[in-house]
Ligand binder design. Structure first.
Ligand code: ADP
Ligand code: MG
Length: 424
């Protein structure tokens, strides 16, 4: 829905500043949008901001606790599965039988489900398909999906790109899902037959933790490659349990790199050089950036061909995006003409808030088909997984979080395969 905004970064700023007006909205429409934002901001998960009253009894914040019971209503999964990515207002029948609900006991699940959508289920599928059958069907389907995600045969089910794809996962905001996205996409692609390398470029070393790769002080890491020109292959470590996946860890040493690199020759292209000298073949290389736009992120942008920007579906998530985009333009103009923002991924989506929907629409209006159809819901399994040194793909492959990252990885792989065809 465009007005003047065709997507260039500079125009995004004005759009962003107007708190989510979507392009040529009428005055009335504009007022509405602003009210959505205002209301959501003030009341948070207030039921007045929630399209479905039955979904209102869970606070999204509960998802962050370690409780095994998922606060998200099962209908949430419909959001992920909906090709348009838009949050459906009515509960979808498919979501009732969808296995994407978290790993609940069947009773628990039925209890959560039954008040919200029996009518819809009966309407479309008749009584037989309604309530009691849910007791086992979702679990069976969940198990099937888990097998699909884990792909025990290891065959190539996600197409390999025609040439290696180097993807920088960047957003200078912290906590938007950069690391979670890097880890889960990397594992998903590796489980499905792609050779994947992850470079942890954040001194916090969260990607290394998430992949269970040692990164305590003293472990050779990406710092050694950037500052002391140690070959990448010497510090890369295989990720246990995931064939085809390798990780270059970050230790706390990397915290000093921003300053130490300042005096190093060709300081912006240290990472690019290290990658160019990497002797092993790979299909995907993900670089997990720190939450800043400093020299480390610049190194990642110079080394990469693509940028993947995770955007959290929250109000402030859009602020600062313009700065990132203008940095990308600068790098493209001076250091890396091939760089492009190829992928936007909406993360931590909570469909019960209109705010999330408004943010999604806003982002889709501006970035068009760069935005993946798959949207990552806020899901407790996703946040639990790192504490077990795992991705959600292996920690709970039947969860909605795993399913949505799996779908995102599939989309990325399929798009890449298409680009490859076009180039040939
Ligand atoms: P960043 O790397 O951008 O700082 P992270 O990937 O570390 O962000 O995510 C920030 C926090 O949010 C982490 O605790 C992570 O476990 C949690 N998180 C990320 N994605 C989700 C999700 N889809 N659902 C729930 N929690 C999530
Ligand atoms: Mg991170």
């Amino acid at each position: 829905m465009g007005d003047s905004a065709g997507g260039p970064p500079s125009e995004y700023r004005s759009e962003n500043r107007t708190a989510g007006h979507s392009g040529g909205a009428s005055e009335a429409g504009r007022d509405d949008t602003v009210r959505y934002y205002g209301r959501s901001k003030v009341v948070g998960a207030d039921t007045s901001a929630i399209p479905e009253p039955t979904a209102a009894d869970h606070d999204s914040r509960e998802t962050m606790t370690a409780q095994p019971q998922p606060p998200d209503p099962p209908t949430d999964y419909a959001t992920v599965a909906t090709p348009s990515g838009a949050a459906p207002v009515e509960p979808d029948v498919s979501s009732r039988t969808d296995p994407g609900n978290e790993s609940l006991g069947p009773t628990q699940e039925a209890q959560e489900d039954s008040p919200s959508s029996p009518t819809a289920a009966v309407d479309e599928n008749g009584v037989a398909a309604a309530l009691p059958a849910d007791d086992d069907l979702p679990l069976a389907m969940e198990a099937m999906r888990a097998v699909q995600i884990l792909n025990p045969s290891g065959e190539v089910t996600m197409p390999r790109p025609a040439r290696p794809r180097i993807i920088c996962v960047a957003n200078q905001k912290g906590g938007v899902g950069k690391t979670t996205t890097t880890v889960n996409l990397a594992v998903a692609l590796a489980l499905h037959g792609n050779r994947v390398l992850v470079i942890d470029l954040d001194p916090q070393g969260n990607a290394s933790t998430g992949l269970n790769v040692p990164h305590h002080a003293g472990v050779p890491d990406i710092y050694d490659c950037l500052v002391d020109s140690v070959p990448l292959v010497d510090v890369a470590q295989p990720v246990e349990g995931i064939p085809n996946l390798t990780c270059v860890p970050a230790t706390i040493d990397l915290a000093g790199a921003e300053i130490e690199l300042v005096s190093v020759v060709a300081r912006e292209s240290r990472l690019a050089r290290a990658i160019a000298a990497y002797p092993r073949e790979f299909d995907y290389l993900f670089i997990d950036c720190p939450p800043s736009l400093g020299l480390l992120t610049v190194n990642a942008l110079v080394a990469a061909r693509e940028v993947l920007i995770p955007i959290q579906c929250e109000y402030y998530a859009l602020e600062g995006l313009n700065q990132l985009l203008s940095n990308i333009s600068m790098v493209r103009a001076h250091l890396n003409p091939n760089l492009e923002v190829s992928t936007i991924l909406l993360t931590m989506y909570d469909r019960r808030t209109r705010l999330a929907d408004a943010v999604e629409q806003d982002v889709r209006n501006h970035f068009g088909d760069k935005v993946l159809q798959s949207v990552i819901p806020r899901n407790v399994r996703v946040s639990e997984a790192p504490s077990y040194g795992q991705s959600v793909m292996t920690y709970d492959p039947g969860s909605r979080g795993a399913a949505s990252y799996f779908e995102a990885a599939q989309e990325i792989a399929e798009r890449g395969a298409k680009w490859g065809e076009n180039e040939r």
